[in-house]
Design a protein around this ligand. Structure first.
Ligand SMILES: *Cc1c(COP(=O)(O)O)cnc(C)c1O
Ligand code: SF4
Length: 355
């Protein structure tokens, strides 16, 4: 397959960081599992690979103890060597600040632990619900609410799976099932294919949505089997990727996304607004344009969930509004994501008015 060209916004500022890695013929479709198993989990190894100062080690070790560090190597390949402020590194490097307890930041900011009608299901919004397919993620993002959610106790399997399917069948208002996690694509294709088969048998379910970071982190995850169970069945496929910075999209990622798009999937992106990662209008505009070049439209720009350990990433709402206003001046409307916050108990994401 021909490698799509990624035309960079602003005259190719980032082209030096674009990986030229191509999909090698000897790569097995399931090689993503090997890549996943080979992730870097030792902070000292990470600092060595990136040529970063040892002074970062004590903070990284203490953060790793609270929420373990986990970074697949293809993601590390896109970081800039020697730069401790690299926007990809910032998202995954454990820091000492994470152990500070800050008022207003809780262990379960979304109060999701009390929204389960049956195990593995979160039904908060009308017409759509989340299924927690896998508690695992390919990467552990430091800002994520998942750092405290007991997903280990809340996964679908055996009896709970049957109950979940029975629940969806009994709720005719549900038109869309969202596979979530953790990262749903951390589950195997054969397990996902079986799940999608069962969902396809429920007539009122029309759309299958997946929220995932895996195609960004390990692009090999977009296998031919995945295309088959996701794009070739009765349900309309919608893929929402979680991409926070243009540098996360290299040629291999773009190629995997194009494959999904060519197979008919609608591709959207959600971003978390993060201090030190993407908190300026140029970075956000660059992200929108890079996504568009890869066939993805921006969907949501989330204000941070106030989860303990992530306060150092927070951007004040006022600043966020200014950023989105600037973005509206720089980009066509379809490249401006909706600024939202998730508020426990609300019937949808809560839009933040810009003006
Ligand atoms: C975000 C979310 C959804 C999806 O909301 P959309 O606005 O349709 O993207 C559904 N259920 C839960 C519990 C959610 O948190
Ligand atoms: S759920 Fe998403 S943001 Fe959270 S750790 Fe997993 S991949 Fe990262």
């Amino acid at each position: 397959m021909k490698t799509p060209m990624i035309t960079r916004y602003e005259g190719g500022v980032h082209t030096d960081k674009l990986s030229t890695r191509l999909l090698l013929p000897e790569e097995q479709p399931e090689s993503w599992k090997k890549v996943l198993a080979d992730s870097v989990t030792d902070p000292e190894e990470l600092l060595g690979i990136l040529n970063l100062p040892k002074t970062l080690l004590p903070g990284a070790i203490s953060g790793d103890k609270a929420f373990s560090m986990r970074i697949p190597r293809p993601y590390i390949d896109r970081m800039i060597r020697g730069d401790q402020f690299d926007p990809l590194l910032r998202q995954v490097l454990p820091l000492g600040e994470e152990s500070e307890e800050i008022s207003g930041y809780s262990l379960d900011p979304l109060a999701e632990q009390s929204q389960n009608p049956t195990e593995g299901i979160i039904h908060k919004y009308q017409g759509r619900l989340l299924m927690i397919v896998s508690g695992a993620c390919a990467i552990n993002c430091r800002f994520c609410f998942r750092r405290h959610f007991p997903y280990g106790d809340n996964q679908l399997g055996g009896e709970s799976w049957k109950q979940a399917i029975a629940y969806i069948r009994s709720q005719e208002s549900i038109h869309e099932v969202i596979l979530s996690g953790g990262d749903p694509l951390a589950a195997t294709d054969s397990r996902l294919a079986r799940m999608v088969d069962a969902l396809s048998d429920i007539p009122h379910v029309k759309t299958l949505r997946i929220h995932t970071r895996l195609p960004i982190v390990i692009p090999q995850r977009v296998t031919d089997e995945m295309i088959e169970w996701f794009c070739k069945g009765r349900l309309k496929p919608v893929l929402v990727i979680h991409c926070n910075h243009a540098n996360e999209i290299d040629d291999h990622v773009a190629q995997s996304l194009q494959k999904l798009r060519q197979a008919g999937a609608t591709l959207l992106n959600q971003t978390v607004l993060l201090r030190g990662v993407n908190d300026n209008a140029e970075t956000l505009a660059d992200l929108s344009h890079t996504l568009f070049d890869a066939g993805v439209l921006p969907y949501y720009l989330h204000l941070l969930d106030r989860v303990q350990g992530a306060a150092h990433f927070d951007i004040a709402e006022e600043k966020a509004k200014v950023l989105v206003n600037e973005l509206m001046h720089q980009c066509p409307g379809y490249l401006v994501p909706k600024l939202v916050r998730e508020v426990a108990g609300e019937a949808s994401k809560t839009p933040i008015p810009i003006n």
